[in-house]
Design a protein around this ligand. Sequence first.
Ligand code: SF4
Ligand code: ZN
Length: 421
Amino acid sequence: MRSYWEREKPPIPVAYGPAFEGERIRKEDMFIEFGGQRTAAFEWVRTKELDEIEDNKVIIVGTNVEERFKAGGKMPLAIVIDVAGRKMQNDFEAIIERKLHHNINEAQGLWHMGQRDIVWMRISNQSYKDGITLEHIGIIHNTMTHHRFKSIVDKVQVTLYCDEKDVLELQEQARAVYRERDRRLGGMTDETVETFYSCLLCQSFAPSHVCVISPERLGLCGAYNWLDCKAAFEIDPTGGNQPIAKGPAVDEKRGRWEGVDKYLKSNSAGAVESLNLYTIMDNPMTSCGCFECIVAIIPEANGVMLVQRGHTGETPVGMKFSTLAGTVGGGTQNPGFSGIGVNFITSKKFLFADGGIKRIVWMTKNLKERLGEDFKKRCEEEGFPDLIDKIADETAAEDSEKLLEFLTNAGHPALGMEPMF
Ligand code: SF4
Ligand code: ZN
C-alpha cells in the first residue's frame, strides 16, 4: 500500500486535480493574495542533506500570522521548499520549482501565476470557508513533490515566511541562486553540443507547439533552459523533455538542422515541417501561450519591437500585448512574430540571421531595466555601445510615426541596414 504522503492527492479540504488549473479568482471572490507586485513573494527549491530536514514538515515563520490571514488581505510570503534525496542534484531544483505552479493551481479555489520572484497567488473566499489555511500550501507542496519526483526525492520540508523582513532577506539569497542557474550555461554555444532538447509540456493546450531548446535559446516561457531540459530528461526519460539529435546543419546562419526538422515533423501534429532557430522571418518557432515576451517586426522602421507580458500600454505595431498575444499564440508559425523567453534577447543567436540586436528599434523601459548590464555588454560586443539610447521605449513613442522620428534623430543603425524582407 502506498503511504499517506505518496497519495496522488494532497490531504486538503478542497477538491484537487488538473481540471481546476484554468480556474480564475476574481478580486470579489478573493480571500487573500500574495505577491503579484502587491507584496514581496517568491518560491525557492533548495537541496539539503537527508539529516538536515524533517520529512513532510510544514513550518510557518512570522508574527501574528493568524490575525493577518484575513479577508481582503495580502501578505508577504516566501515559500522555501527543502528537498533531500540520495539521487538529488542541484540541477534538479529548477525542475521541481517549475511544478510548484501546477501543485497550487490544481487545488480548487487556489490560484497561482508566475514563478521565482514574480509569483502571484490567491486563495478564494469559498476555499477559506471550506477550511483552507496557510499550512495547506505547505502540505500541497510536500505531497505533490513526493508524488511527482519519487525517483529523486526522499524527504521534503516546506517553510513559509510571512514577515516582510525575512522575505526580503531570503529573496536576495534566492535571486543569487536564480542568477547562478541562468549563468551556468554561460560558456556553452549551440555549436558545442550534438543534442538539443524539446519541451512538449504546452501541447496540453497548444497541441502543435514544440519548444526547441538549445544552449543559446531557452524555452519561451523562460523557465526551461538547455541544462534544465537535460536534468528533466534524466529524472523522467519518458517525460515532456526529449533529446533531439541535431544532425547535419542545413543552414548554419539561420539555425536549421536535419535532425530538428525530422523531430518536428513527427512531434508537432504535422504543423511544423521546418524550423529556423535564428530568424523570425522564415519558419520561426511556434508560440504556445506562455511566452515571457513578444518580438514583432515593424516594417516601416526596418526593425523589431519587444514587449513583455504585463505591459498594458500601446506599442508601435498598433496592438497592446494582449492583442498581439492572441495573434502570435496557438502553436502556428507566424513569420515576423514570435514569443520568446526574456533571456534569449541577450543571446548571440537572437535574430542572428536578421542582423542581431541592432534590429531592436523599440522595447519597454521595463525590459531595458531588466536586461541591464547583460544587454550593455552585448551592445559593446556588437560595436554599438550606445545602442540602448537609440532604442525607443514607451516614453519616446507609442506609435510608428513618433518612433520613426525618434529613430531618425537618434541615428539608429537599423535604418541603414538591409531591408528585413
Ligand atoms: Fe516547455 Fe516551452 Fe511550454 Fe515553457 S513554453 S513549458 S519551455 S513548451
Ligand atoms: Zn506554453
